[in-house]
Design a protein around this ligand. Structure first.
Ligand code: ADP
Length: 602
């Protein structure tokens, strides 16, 4: 496209050069069998390419004889394939296509075309956006939003992309903001005609084309207005964009560097002049790359795929898989959560049920123990009233005696003191009995505290003696120096002692005097305190001893048969053991229990 502008009169050239080209390939004598292939992007067709580029080939063959430079014309895809297949050594193409090929195949430019219209910077390619002169509302390229435009092709550098980037810079998306874009292809004059004939609101063409058409008498410049007009020093054509470097000539990777140097030198030495092809040192094509990146086309087309939609389009099978895994994971998590909640609820329910059952068992046990204590009291306190009556009678006797002496005037201070002392001691005796019974009979939950078991045995002895009229002798025997403090519930242990003592008394009831009498022994074995209640009563045979701790086993007409099972459960709850055996001489029974001595109790 750019070359066309520089070689306006190609009629003569074409005729001559087609024949010359054939001659070059044969006559110059190539360095190898195929010579040096110069691939050209023939965007305007083969004939135009031959016409435009043959002077270059001719110059090369003349200056570097023996290498056989040959012109090869390709369309865009053909040129790419030829480079890939290493069928070309040198490449001449437009800047846009060049940067793509450079990225793809590592081409290196060795010279840039020197346009006669180039600005002082050497740059020569730009776009001009034209509208009809009367369309005063179209001033800036951003005014194209919502309008219809004409351009060459989506990939045309000067004929679309350069102006498209300007629209982007002005804040409108050339692809979506414009109402419709008509890509009319080549020749580019079609676009100018479409604007002129009011088929579109505006048209994008390569800069300098309108001036060339005006020179050829095809249009008049006054018929048009230029959108976003700008001036660049030394560049005389109407312009709507900055300028970019012109077409480069580049060597492929496999090309001999020495020969590349020679080619560059020869090209730079081509004479300059109006309408003649000439070359300058290679210009910087970075602005072209920037343009492609901004528009996300060419080598940067992949950037379009970085949008959510693009990524979704590219990776949809993966995304689908991921979504499926995510959905499965969510379902699994929700299900596990649900199951955990359900199981936790069930567990809590069953724990609550278990706690409730345990609490009921505990309550029942406490009630049972209480009842058992009351029953022991019931049995032991048959003569309780009489027992308490004794001190009361003594008190009464002492008090009346005092009154009588007082009335008779024989009351001496000594007699008064003595009587009052006796009264006080008898009252204390009665209240002691009542206090112990009340303490024993009260209902409360189990506790653990350091208790001196020896004291408990003494209390039990006192209690029994206090409640029974004819209480047999109870002898307490403690191992010398024995420490009897253990961690226990004192009241419960006392209940056990009273039960065992009561049974021992019952077992000897009605027997001769030598069978009466109970011994309570306290010893220690293996860090355990052992308490034994020994009687010389009726005893039990082996079969009865077997059933001794079964609930409701009793040989007494008014017995309940619950005392011993409760005693055993109390001792076992303390980590101890309760058992019974016949005495060695076969007379009476021995009931023993042991309790663990804890560190602090040693
Ligand atoms: P109860 O005293 O109400 O019968 P216990 O459980 O205390 O209930 O005792 C159960 C039975 O064990 C008694 O009926 C008695 O036959 C027997 N027994 C308990 N202690 C002795 C003992 N020291 N000598 C003989 N028999 C005993």
């Amino acid at each position: 496209m750019a070359a066309k502008a520089r070689v306006p009169d190609r009629t003569l050239g074409r005729l001559l050069l087609v024949s010359l080209l054939a001659a070059f390939s044969v006559a110059t004598g190539a360095a190898n069998a195929n010579g040096v292939a110069v691939g050209v992007f023939a965007f305007q067709g083969e004939r135009a390419a031959i016409s435009d580029w043959s002077p270059v080939i001719e110059h090369l063959n003349r200056e570097l004889p023996g290498h056989g430079f040959q012109l090869r014309n390709y369309d865009a895809d053909g040129l790419r394939e030829a480079i890939a297949a290493q069928k070309v050594d040198l490449v001449i193409t437009n800047p846009g296509y060049y940067v793509t090929l450079e990225t793809q195949f590592g081409l290196s430019r060795i010279a840039t075309l020197q346009s006669p219209h180039a600005a002082r910077s050497g740059q020569a390619l730009g776009s001009v956006v034209l509208a009809r002169a009367e369309r005063a509302e179209l001033v800036n390229v951003r005014d194209l939003a919502g309008r219809s435009i004409a351009a060459v092709a989506p990939e045309a550098f000067g004929g679309y992309l350069i102006a498209a980037r300007e629209m982007l810079r002005e804040g409108i998306d050339p692809e979506s903001a414009v109402r419709e874009t008509h890509f009319l292809g080549l020749p580019m004059t079609r676009i100018v005609d479409a604007v002129k004939n009011r088929e579109v609101d505006a048209g994008i063409v390569r800069a300098c084309l309108p001036e060339q058409m005006a020179r050829e008498g095809l249009i008049r410049m006054e018929e048009f207005r230029v959108l976003s007009p700008r001036r660049v020093d030394g560049f005389d054509c109407a312009l709507s964009s900055p300028l970019y470097p012109d077409w480069p000539i580049a060597v492929t990777r496999h090309f001999d560097p020495g020969l590349a140097k020679s080619v560059a030198r020869v090209l730079l030495s081509m004479p300059e002049g109006q309408d003649r092809v000439s070359w300058s040192v290679p210009l910087d094509y970075q602005p072209v790359l920037d343009l492609y990146r901004d528009l996300r086309v060419g080598p940067y087309a992949y950037l379009r795929d970085i949008t959510p939609e693009g990524l979704a389009r590219r990776f949809w099978p993966w995304l689908l898989g991921l979504l499926a895994i995510l959905a499965a994971w969510i379902v699994h998590t929700v299900r596990v959560e649900h199951l955990v909640h359900q199981r936790t609820r069930e567990l809590n329910d069953s724990l609550a049920a278990r706690e409730g059952a345990e609490r009921r068992v505990r309550d029942n046990q406490e009630r049972m123990e209480h009842l058992s204590r009351l029953s022991i009291l019931g049995e032991l306190s048959g003569r309780l009233a009489h027992e308490i009556n004794q001190p009361l009678t003594s008190i009464d006797t002492y008090a009346n005696s005092l009154l009588r002496r007082d009335a008779a005037g024989t009351l001496t201070p000594e007699a008064l003191r003595e009587a009052c002392g006796e009264i006080a001691s008898e009252a204390e005796r009665a209240s002691g009995v009542v206090r112990r019974i009340r303490h024993f009979a009260r209902k409360r939950a189990a506790v653990r505290e350091m208790v001196d078991v020896f004291r408990l045995v003494e209390d039990a002895q006192r209690m029994v003696a206090g409640m029974l009229v004819s209480c047999p002798e109870i002898v307490i025997a403690r191992e010398a120096g024995l420490e009897c403090r253990v961690l226990c519930d004192g009241l419960q242990i006392q209940q056990v002692l009273l039960n065992l003592i009561k049974n021992a008394i019952d077992a000897a009831r009605g027997l001769s005097d030598d069978r009466q009498g109970i011994r309570v022994r306290l010893t220690r074995a293996d860090n355990r305190l052992v308490v034994q209640v020994v009687d010389r009563g009726a005893g039990l045979d082996a079969a009865e001893r077997e059933r001794l701790f079964e609930p409701f086993f009793t040989t007494k007409p008014d017995g309940l048969g619950l005392g011993l099972p409760i005693c055993r459960s109390i001792i076992e709850a303390h980590g101890g053991r309760l058992w019974a055996e016949a005495n060695e001489d076969g007379v009476g029974m021995c009931f023993s229990f042991q309790l663990p001595c804890h560190e602090s109790s040693a």
